[in-house]
Write a protein that binds this ligand. Structure first.
Ligand code: 16G
Length: 504
């Protein structure tokens, strides 16, 4: 049964703008919220079809543009085990999103036939959105997509994630309950943990953190900041994980609030990135980014595996991207296997699965450990698997994990920071006429095109002590990103701007 008339009628309410080209990238569709109406409608249909294709298993849909500006929005599909949408379907999604209005129904028909989707199968879709103002109407468009197929959907409202079936409880409360119980067990018998300052980026993480605080009580007291999800323009504005990482300073709203040595962290707009930091004795701001988190967590897991006598059978490894600070890569490679992949959680996650326990974090704070069944031999490892959301990474569960390790090692923020010293680095974005002209290889560490550019970059890099730089097209914004690091702050800045000049 293919309800072509219903689909056409609904589709006419959500026509595709003629001059826009969409593409399902690293984080789904992402662009200005004002041009996403037709995309959301079509994604509603696609999500229902994906569920039918998988025999009625739950598909998650998250409507968010994460750390990007408030006027942006986006949508991504999440497969039943909490994993990113299968690659072949990313292609289908792009095709359907770009089909002109008058051809959409027939394109859809062909797609259903070619992919052999049994339309009589049930479909289950859970969807959620972040706090962006454009979210409400986009949800309506999405729901129209479901309705046009007569599919069932469950609105998880404003939430940090679409689906978490695999994590145990499908409900939000069950999720916090499970996480906080595991946390309590992991820190029991340890000294009292001092309060943690959390910058919620004026986003959906504020709701989640408030909830989690109720479950944790005095075990881990929170001091929440930037929790205003109502005032327009506040989301990720001068706050949040991306602001802190890119500008390399604390959110202005926390200046004067942070005491020396006090642990603080920032979430991003959809609470899947985490950035820790503190102010040291000399009043310097020090960042504990995704690389520092990976180092902390991986060394803890290595210790647990060794104590359990499992070193010979359990291979622990770390996965990073080109953005990883050179000092972190060096520190880690001296101790355990390290792999480098292109940017984007799906690439890292896949590589992490090649280890028995793979820890992956992007420098920007995206990540999670992924642990296997055999590690349940060990009590702590078992509790760890309860604590961490192993499939998609969730900033709050990552945050609890960091707190567990700090409690076990009795580390202060400063002691954690001193594991290695970051090489000074700079990330800049460059607006170019066509970012698709930039093609990379070797896990994005080298440019293939534009012709000749890589050689010029290398020629520059060689002039800097401990210099390293790479250029890649963003998967979420219409820009090219330039990363550079070097032995001295001034040199890292200079290298970034000079490579930026080559790109422009
Ligand atoms: C998305 C990715 C993140 C990546 C970032 C890069 C997921 C869930 N998120 O946020 O992993 O670091 O994009 O953005 O895959 P860029 O391509 O604009 O630099």
């Amino acid at each position: 049964p293919f309800p072509s008339e219903e689909i056409q009628a609904y589709s006419d309410l959500h026509p595709k703008p003629r001059n826009v080209v969409y593409s399902y990238g690293t984080a789904g569709f992402r662009t200005l919220g004002s041009v996403l109406d037709s995309v959301l409608f079509r994604v509603g249909i696609l999500a229902a079809l994906r569920s039918k294709k998988l025999d009625g298993k739950t598909i998650g849909v998250m409507i968010t543009a994460s750390h990007n500006p408030e006027e942006d929005n986006g949508v991504k599909l999440v497969d039943p085990r909490g994993e990113m949408l299968e690659a072949a379907w990313e292609h289908h999604a792009t095709l359907l999103a770009n089909s002109p209005n008058e051809e959409f129904v027939s394109t859809l028909y062909d797609f259903i036939r070619d992919t052999r989707i049994d339309m009589s199968k049930p479909s289950r879709v859970v969807y959620a959105r972040d706090t962006r103002p454009s979210g409400e109407s986009l949800v309506k468009a999405f729901e129209d997509g479901l309705k046009s197929l007569g599919a069932e959907g469950r609105d998880a409202a404003i939430n940090t994630k679409g689906t978490k079936e695999e994590y145990g409880e499908d409900s939000e409360d069950g999720y916090y309950q499970k996480m906080s119980e595991a946390f309590r067990k992991l820190v029991s018998g340890r000294p009292r943990i001092p309060p943690l300052v959390i910058d919620c980026a004026n986003g959906v993480g504020a709701h989640a953190a408030q909830k989690l605080a109720q479950y944790l009580g005095e075990t881990l007291p929170f001091v929440l900041h930037n929790t205003d999800t109502v005032t327009p323009g506040g989301l990720n504005h001068e706050c949040g994980a991306d602001y802190v990482k890119t500008s390399q300073r604390p959110p202005p709203s926390l200046i004067g609030v942070l005491q020396k040595g006090q642990r603080a962290c920032s979430l991003d707009g959809d609470a899947d990135r985490l950035m820790y930091y503190f102010i040291d004795e000399r009043n310097y701001f020090l960042m504990l980014d995704g690389d520092k988190i990976a180092t902390l967590v991986a060394s803890f897991i290595v210790d647990l595996v060794r104590l359990a006598g499992l070193s010979d059978s359990v291979r622990v490894g770390v996965v990073q991207t080109a953005y990883a600070n050179g000092a972190s890569t060096k520190y880690l490679s001296d101790r355990l296997p390290v792999k480098c992949t292109p940017t984007g959680v799906k690439h890292l996650h896949h590589a992490a699965e090649q280890f028995n326990i793979g820890v992956y974090f992007e420098a920007n704070g995206h990540g999670t450990p992924s642990t296997p069944a055999q590690s349940t031999a060990l009590k702590h490892l078992r509790n760890l698997t309860e604590l961490v959301n192993q499939t998609v990474g969730d900033a709050l569960s990552d945050m609890l994990l960091v707190e567990v390790v700090l409690a076990h090692k009795a580390y202060s923020a400063a002691e954690w920071n001193s594991l290695y010293t970051d090489l000074p680095n700079r990330l800049v974005k460059v607006h170019v006429p066509n970012r698709h002209a930039f093609k990379t290889e070797d896990a994005e560490r080298r440019l293939v095109t534009p012709q000749g550019l890589q050689a010029k970059i290398e020629e520059l890099v060689n002039r800097y002590e401990s210099g390293r730089s790479f250029v890649r097209p963003s998967g979420t914004e219409d820009v090219v990103r330039v990363y550079a690091e070097a032995g001295l702050r001034s040199q890292a800045d200079e290298l970034a701007y000079r490579v930026g000049g080559l790109v422009f």
